[in-house]
Unconditional design. Structure first.
Lengths: 232, 80
């Protein structure tokens, strides 16, 4: 199995993602510059966090026009796994690979903090090594993480079990007080209908070492690796 | 000739920036304000090779595909 981490001008969590795949998952991984278009060598792609194109226009809005994104679209359509973290989630929404949009946080602040997220479904290639209902402690670091979508989209996400992570309190309750940014229905992460594309605002790659305060993020990458291993 | 594109949040989409601005201007003593909504304004200078209808069509397409996010925003185009 081979992982690729896509690098846009302004990406800044690319090395963290690379580090986690090479060190904690123990699999080969490459950086992929946003002008490259050949993704044939890869089984899973990570679109990392950061500020692609300086967040000009809207977060993720300009990255979607980078040459690599057409290839990412084809890659996802062929069933390849795509994990968008933070700015990566914003890019996937702007590119139409995931529904909805990420707006300015309810209280306007840039929030950098550890939050609790409830694993809503283990029926994804990204969460299948987790126990349903697990609460993960993972950091967020964003100003535009307020997930919005219309009623029909929310209904569809619920019906199809595509809400993967929700902000919650320590006991796993998705309360309003535990919602850091005003996201609709406390949504922290969703997948596409085919379940091979996941976008999430929290940063699991920053929660892979106890020394950094939490290693709860590791199981997300390990789930993906286990999924790929089972396909080999 | 110029294309002017106004991008605004759709009705019903919460605008925390607009709310914060409203709060600030009210602190300054301005009264009578019911609501403030923040948007974006783009001025696109045209080089004269497009006729007005073509320019309008192009500006509408740009607004739809790039300048706005149709999930949360509306747009309006003026050519002058």
């Amino acid at each position: 199995m081979k992982f690729g981490v896509i690098v846009f001008p302004g990406s800044n969590c690319d090395h963290d993602a690379y580090h986690v795949i090479s060190k904690h998952v123990g699999q080969p991984v490459d950086f992929i510059w946003h002008r490259d278009t050949d993704l044939n060598a890869y089984d899973a792609l990570i679109i990392p966090g950061g500020f692609s194109y300086g967040d000009y226009l809207r977060a993720g809005a300009l990255a979607r026009f980078s040459p690599v994104m057409n290839s990412v679209r084809d890659f996802a359509a062929r069933g390849g796994f795509v994990l968008g973290i933070c700015n990566g989630f914003q890019i996937l929404c702007e590119a139409g690979l995931l529904p909805g949009a990420l707006m300015r946080n309810r209280d306007l602040h840039f929030i950098c903090d550890h939050v609790n997220v409830h694993v809503e479904t283990t029926e994804t290639p990204f969460t299948n090594q987790l126990k349903g209902g697990t609460v993960l402690r993972i950091p967020i670091a964003h100003a535009e993480g307020n997930y919005v979508c219309d009623d029909a989209t929310l209904e569809e996400l619920r019906r199809e079990d595509r809400i993967v992570l929700r902000y919650c309190d320590e006991r796993g309750e998705a309360t309003e007080a535990a919602n850091p940014n005003g996201s609709r229905d406390n949504i922290a992460g969703i997948c596409n209908r085919e379940r091979n594309v996941l976008g999430l605002m929290p940063h699991p790659e920053r929660a892979c070492e106890d020394l950094l305060g939490s290693s709860d993020g590791r199981d997300i990458f390990r789930s993906l690796a286990a999924t790929l291993a089972a396909m080999e | 000739m110029k294309a002017k594109v106004y991008v605004t949040l759709k009705q019903g989409v919460l605008d925390p920036q607009g709310k914060a601005i409203q709060h600030s201007v009210e602190l300054l003593g301005y009264g009578g304000i019911a609501d403030v909504r923040q948007g974006k304004y783009f001025e696109i200078a045209l080089d004269g090779t497009l006729a007005e209808t073509e320019a309008r069509e192009a500006a509408n397409r740009m607004a739809r595909e790039v300048l706005s996010n149709p999930i949360i925003e509306d747009y309006r185009v003026e050519i002058e």
